[in-house]
Design a protein around this ligand. Sequence first.
Ligand code: 0X9
Ligand code: ZN
Ligand code: ZN
Length: 305
Amino acid sequence: AHSYTKYNTWDTVQSWIASISSSNPNLISKQVIGSTYEGRPMTVLKLGKTSSSTKPAIFMDCGIHAREWISPAFCQWFVKEALSTYGSDSQMTSLLNQMDVFVLPVFNIDGYDFTHKSNRMWRKTRSRNSGSSCIGADPNRNWNAGWCTTGASSNPCSDTFCGYSPESEIEVKNVADFIRRNKSVLKAYLTIHSYSQLLLFPYSYTFELAAHHSELLKVAKEASAALRSLYGTSYTSGPGAATIYPAAGGSDDWAYDLGVKYSYTFELRDTGRYGFLLPESQIKPTCEETMLAVKYIAAYVQKNL
Ligand code: 0X9
Ligand code: ZN
Ligand code: ZN
């Protein structure tokens, strides 16, 4: 059965997507944006008060990397909190009245399913590579942003294999197409990973600073302060290349260069004690503190529309 404080399997997340969207038709709708390599439907949830006019929006994805289980847990938590606090929390109410939030609960579904059934530490997609018996590409090295120039591998057996071309991974293509289609309304792109407790922004494919570097840094620091205020969890903020490592082909850099200014990568708990194997007892505190940072960024974006 589904639980917000457990790591749900894909089958459980899939039934949760169906039931949560049908039980709250005024605030949530769903749309399939394509299928994964193995044929699973990729469903984006749209949260927001129905409106006759087009609303500005935020896009958030979870689970680009299969083994980072806290990430899909956060997207599920976010949807629950949005629905349950709309009408009582003034910020959430105002946000969903004025904007839509698109949530992709699990990006790399095939990989996520594989981590539950076969290999807990799997990272990549599950696509077959021609001429190699190694499987999958890194869906955060496969975007058309300095593609495969640094911090990525052209070896299909590597965990950071960039793929044979940008958007060769169908999951990346589906999401990139969705973002391109909705480009005019998208004001922020948030992508949730683990672990290291970082709030990163462009660039990672170069050490050059983004045109909006100071504003992106200021917002990241304030969002991290909001996060820390709950349990004292400390986050480091900065551009990806200098803060974690140079790595090209990431979704954050791609969205930013497309014109989505507020583009952030979260690296959730912890700093390595448990790493990807973060205990289920930490799902609730991790999600509650992360909500504060995401809501801070959303409020900032909303205020600066
Ligand atoms: O390497 C990554 O893709 C991310 N770290 S993780 O441990 N979750 O794999 C960091 C992504 C930072 N952004 C870019 N490299 N574009
Ligand atoms: Zn990751
Ligand atoms: Zn809560």
